[in-house]
Design a protein around this ligand. Structure first.
Ligand code: M6R
Length: 359
């Protein structure tokens, strides 16, 4: 039930810190071990490449998890759209392992790929929020998201739950296989800090709401820019904004702007910059200067240690593997308020269904 909340989406945004804590309890044991299926970990160990297959927000969660997975598992990871893979299997490695990310577990495009994967006899894992769903039943292994029912069409807590579960799984795998990056990542501690940092962002709702009113009230388009993990979050941020506010939005790799897209910037175009990485952050700042000088209205979301005077929203510094979890939260709130103030039904955007069960 949504209780006092006007829309489920806000309730689900607010639930995210609790979801992180619940998942930590679910999969990380007090003695330092993890409760993932031993056979699953063994099959991952026997594979030479992981193929993440998903659609929409789940696809974006795959990208946001890729770097942490590769670092902690020492296995190359590819992220694919189900609707593309369904028609063209790339040249696969000799021992592929498929991970299906799907909140609903019913997405037809993803299922179509799973059917092929099963025909080919490759191992598969479905990470889903719905026990007993089609993709869960048909994959060899299932890991549940334990996010509680997600009602709003715009996915929020499933995205953060997917990244969290993949962090936990990668940590469990890396620990077992002696991967240094995994051993050094105190997943329980870092996810706890991230949950607390999410709560701090959530208490800044009103600041976000008033900025949204001023810069997104009547715009036709908007951009999110970032590099690395921030780029992956930008992809998700733009999808959310499009989906519920109908503002044409693009998530852009900041360095690519000058190769074409900057032509779209005019006076008043909103550009949100994500700056959470010490290496790429200064470069993204440079890109923000470029768009500002062409009239863009910028909004900077920066981690504390990289923040500059005038930045609109400051996030706590969290572990690099947890940055996407935190950085996505203000972008969910931005999309929510943009939809609300434009007078739309936040939970039920036009033309969309919660589970896309047709191809
Ligand atoms: O249930 P799934 O995770 O497989 O759904 C995939 C997409 O349809 C879904 O993430 C969609 O993009 C959301 N409405 C985005 O908010």
């Amino acid at each position: 039930e949504k209780g006092a909340y006007p829309f489920y989406m806000m309730k689900e945004i607010d639930e995210q810190p609790a979801v992180l804590r619940r998942l930590t309890q679910e999969y990380a044991n007090l003695d330092g071990s993890f409760s993932f299926d031993a056979e699953l970990l063994a099959e991952l160990q026997a594979s030479d490449r992981i193929y993440i297959v998903a659609c929409g927000t789940s696809y974006n969660a795959g990208w946001a998890s890729k770097n942490a997975l590769e670092a902690m598992m020492n296995i190359p990871v590819e992220v694919h759209l189900s609707s593309e893979l369904g028609y063209h299997m790339p040249l696969l490695s000799s021992k592929p392992f498929f991970i299906f990310l799907t909140q609903s577990g019913e997405t037809a495009d993803s299922r179509q790929v799973l059917v092929k994967v099963n025909e080919l006899g490759y191992p598969s894992l479905t990470i889903t929020n719905v026990a007993g769903s089609t993709l869960s039943r048909e994959a060899k292994y299932t890991v549940l998201l334990h996010a509680g029912p997600e009602i709003a069409v715009a996915s929020t807590k499933a995205y953060t739950a997917q990244i969290t579960v993949l962090n936990l799984l990668a940590k469990a795998y890396g620990n077992q296989n002696g991967v240094k990056a995994a051993k050094e990542f105190d997943v329980v501690h870092e996810l706890g800090l991230t949950a607390t940092a999410m709560e701090a962002v959530i208490t800044e709702k009103e600041t976000i709401e008033s900025s949204v009113k001023s810069i997104l009230a009547s715009t036709r388009n908007a951009f999110y820019i970032g590099r690395g993990e921030d780029y992956y979050v930008a992809m998700e941020a733009a999808l959310k904004l499009k989906e519920i506010s109908y503002i044409q939005a693009e998530g852009f790799a900041a360095g690519e702007l000058k190769h074409g897209t900057i032509a779209l910037i005019e006076k008043g175009t909103p550009v949100f910059g994500l700056i959470n990485d010490e290496v790429t952050g200064p470069h993204t700042r440079g890109n923000l200067k470029e768009v500002e000088s062409r009239g863009a209205e910028t909004f900077v979301i920066s981690s504390e240690s990289l923040a500059k005077v005038g930045d609109q929203l400051i996030l706590a510094d969290v572990h690099p593997y947890c940055r996407a979890l935190l950085a996505v939260v203000p972008t969910q709130l931005i999309a929510y308020y943009a939809s609300l103030h434009r007078g739309y039904d936040v939970d039920k955007p036009r033309n969309l269904a919660k589970a896309v069960t047709v191809e």
